[in-house]
Design a binder for this molecule. Structure first.
Ligand SMILES: [Fe+2]
Length: 320
């Protein structure tokens, strides 16, 4: 992506891509909500590409080959991960392919797989290469990892000549570290979104040089829980300090994430919206158009009523 300070008002020059990113898929409920709703979501919001963090998909910890296959079949294009990816060695051969499943770029080079991939959105003449980068935070996590700032710089060097549209999953605990990485990457990538805490933040915005940013996009899993685990054992452990087994919860499965609208010509984001989809019921109605430009709004006339959009509003880049 190329961008210059102060020219964020430049009108879109390319096709607008809609990329949905879903936060940590937790256990069977997280997989189920994507299996049941993602195709419908892709169609209703006319998504071009879907990224999901598969970090907690296998019973809350790691991902297996069978689950990776399920998530791809559900409509996910690229899976990212994080601190739990070492838990299931069976998935290492899939990581080693370095295409649809990433591990954080700041793991040692000897760890299977890579932290960057480039995958086409669409096919044939309409295909647009999209780069996805995954990096792990160090604050309150694994302080022995390589520096995430340098690691993400290295990942961008790997993909910058292959893709203009670049999305970065910052899997981290500390909001400060995520915000800092957002500023580090502003004007260099299309979007930076955080994962890992399982709690979505309400700070979506477009930074001055055209990079969309959300500190955490939340969890795709059981929301009647303590960040995906059954409430009672977590409460008992926190109150008594007696060890408990934290079991993945089952109820109120929702897919939580964000939709980024990105100009494929410049690589800049033109809008960002948080989204949450329940296992059942109508799809959410967004408060603003998915894209601020008039042609895109006119093109929405045939969209399903469940996602009909409001009249034109100021561009997302003008949000504070
Ligand atoms: Fe995590």
């Amino acid at each position: 992506m190329t961008a210059n300070p102060g020219d964020e008002a430049t009108p879109p020059t390319g096709r607008i891509l809609r990329v949905a990113c879903f936060g940590d898929v937790v256990g069977r409920p997280g997989i189920l909500v994507l299996e049941r709703r993602l195709r419908e979501v892709r169609e209703a919001f006319r998504l071009d590409f879907v990224i999901a963090n598969a970090e907690n998909a296998e019973d809350g910890s790691g991902v297996t080959p069978a689950i990776a296959t399920k998530l791809l079949a559900a409509g996910v294009d690229v899976m990212t991960s994080g601190d739990h990816i070492p838990r299931r060695r069976a998935v290492f051969p899939i990581l080693a392919k370095r295409d649809r499943l990433l591990r954080p770029a700041n793991y040692p080079p000897e760890f299977p797989g890579g932290g960057v991939t480039v995958v086409d959105a669409g096919e044939g003449d309409d295909a647009v290469p999209i780069a996805v980068v995954n990096v792990l935070g160090r604050l309150f996590m694994n302080t022995t990892l390589d520096c995430p700032f340098r690691a993400v710089d290295g990942a961008l060097a790997e993909c910058a000549d292959r893709a203009r549209v670049i999305l970065v999953d910052v899997h981290a605990e500390a909001t400060s570290e995520k915000v800092a990485l957002g500023w580090h990457l502003d004007g260099r990538v299309s979007a930076v979104f955080g994962t890992h805490t399982h709690v979505p933040t309400a700070d979506e915005r477009i930074l001055p040089r055209g990079t969309a940013y959300v500190t955490d996009i939340g969890m795709t899993g059981p929301h009647h829980s303590v960040i995906g685990r059954k409430i009672e054992p977590v409460l008992r452990k926190m109150i008594t300090q007696v060890p408990e087994r934290f079991v993945v919860a089952t109820d109120d499965a929702r897919a939580t994430g964000a939709i980024f609208s990105i100009d494929s010509g410049t690589g800049r984001a033109v809008a960002v919206h948080r989204i949450q989809v329940a296992l059942e019921g109508p799809l959410p109605t967004l408060p603003e158009p998915l894209e601020p430009s008039a042609p895109a709004a006119a093109d929405e006339s045939s969209a399903p009523s469940a996602v009909e959009e409001a009249p034109a509003v100021p561009a997302a880049g003008e949000k504070s």
